[in-house]
Write a protein that binds this ligand. Sequence first.
Ligand SMILES: [Zn+2]
Length: 109
Amino acid sequence: MKLTYTTKNQRLQVEIDSDSVKETFKKLAEFQEVFDESCCQLCHNEDLQFVVRTVDGNDYYELKCRKCFAKLAFGQHKTGGSLFPKRKNDDGSFDKEGKGWHKWNGKSD
Ligand SMILES: [Zn+2]
């Protein structure tokens, strides 16, 4: 079965090819979690940039807002190579306000 999905903001398209509904569901879920962030949750700008920073041999995956320079960081699952957006505060509670989008003070890389 083949499925074509376009993100909410119409900027990205993915073609998912799989044998079962469950597999399609899984792949689509994985795609949506990472690529279907339609705008910065702080300023609602839709012009986002995918950034990978390498520090000390570790890769850090981030989405960056080109307007207010806020970032959404992604965590990496230990197996499978998939990513997930970090939407929690440092204390483990859900970040209701920015949904994981943060501005790092004084840093402008
Ligand atoms: Zn922004």
